[in-house]
Write a protein that binds this ligand. Structure first.
Ligand code: ZN
Length: 330
């Protein structure tokens, strides 16, 4: 904020999730100077979600005492498969089954600004790579554990999206062929066994089967307001059942890391998202141990496996990186 407001140009980064929408207003040096957060309410339909994204963008700008006129562009990370060139969300199981939603077109109409849409995992790894890792490592894998599991790949310094622009769907890598059904229609996907949705489901099933947990004492028997942070609290108070569930999830994440390292040979593996942020202390050692057990000998040599310090801001940061780059090229 050292430059006078008239000279500075601003960008907005949006992280559209299945549970919540985050928006951040960034200056041209990618410093975040205003944020806003609203719940997504995907089940109420597309129009509601579009209005809520718009409101969240306007709130973030307002938070920094600026006007939308001072913003150059808006970047959005959306869950699911995204066609970047048209800004269409092709398929998003965590958004009440969105199919072919022209997100860019709809939001450009509402905001009267250029909008750029990318897959949320791609966006998050871009944010971590550019801002947290200063663009240094050439090959980075990002694994973001939240409502689902988002993933993103930086290969040879660039976001890698493959032939159909759908690469990096780490959440749908199959970890257990006989595992639970996934929102994508397959079975035993990474996010069907290790996302927050999967964790909460396993805990609720366990309670039905008579498992004892402090969570029911803390939140009531229906666990309606359960959050990732509650799991951490329960484990720290000695909850064996929740501890076991989280240990198993950490093992699944370790297996996911081993598969990806075997195939792609990254320099850095970044773990992030709300679940990692809340439970990093509880999970990191198990993730590392399991990854070592399952990776091919030699593949993990000098590979950094780390938890992103950007936490929940990785998405908005990466969306801002994208908007800054794309709006500049316009
Ligand atoms: Zn799947």
């Amino acid at each position: 904020m050292s430059e006078p407001a008239g000279k500075e140009t601003y960008i907005v980064g949006v992280d559209l999730g299945g549970t919540k929408i985050l928006a951040g207003l960034f200056d041209s040096s990618l410093e975040c100077i205003g944020t806003a957060k609203v719940s997504t309410k995907a089940q109420r339909g597309l129009d509601t979600v579009l209005s809520r994204i718009e409101r969240c963008v306007r709130d973030a700008v307002d938070e920094a005492d600026l006007s939308l006129k001072q913003v150059r562009g808006v970047g959005i990370g959306a869950p699911g498969a995204v066609d970047f060139s048209s800004g269409t969300v092709l398929f998003a199981p965590n958004m009440d089954g969105w199919k072919d939603v022209p997100l860019k077109k709809e939001l450009e109409k509402r905001l009267e600004l250029p909008v750029f849409v990318e897959n949320d995992g791609n966006i998050s790894v871009l944010g971590v790579h550019v801002v947290e890792l200063k663009g240094k490592p050439r090959h980075v894998i990002g694994i973001f554990v939240g409502t689902g599991i988002g993933g993103g790949l930086i290969m040879s310094g660039e976001l890698f999206s493959g032939f159909n622009h759908t690469a990096g769907e780490i959440g749908h890598m199959i970890i257990d062929v006989n595992g639970p059904k996934c929102g994508c229609g397959s079975r035993g996907c990474f996010e069907a066994v290790a996302s927050r949705t999967a964790i909460f489901q396993r805990i609720k099933e366990g309670i039905k089967d008579g498992e004892k947990t402090l969570l029911t004492e803390m939140l009531g028997s229906d666990l309606e307001d359960l959050r990732s942070g509650d799991l951490r609290k329960a484990i720290r108070r000695g909850d064996k059942f929740v501890g076991k569930v989280i240990e198993q999830v950490a093992e699944y994440i370790g297996i996911g890391v081993a598969n990806l390292v075997n195939v792609l040979g990254p320099e850095v593996v970044v773990l992030g998202g709300g679940v990692m942020e809340a439970l990093a202390d509880e999970m990191t050692a198990v993730i590392l141990k399991t990854a070592k057990e399952h990776a091919m000998p030699g593949t993990l040599k000098n590979v950094d496996i780390l938890v992103s310090k950007l936490g929940d801001s990785a998405g908005i940061t990466g969306a801002a990186v994208l908007a800054r780059r794309e709006a500049k090229e316009k």
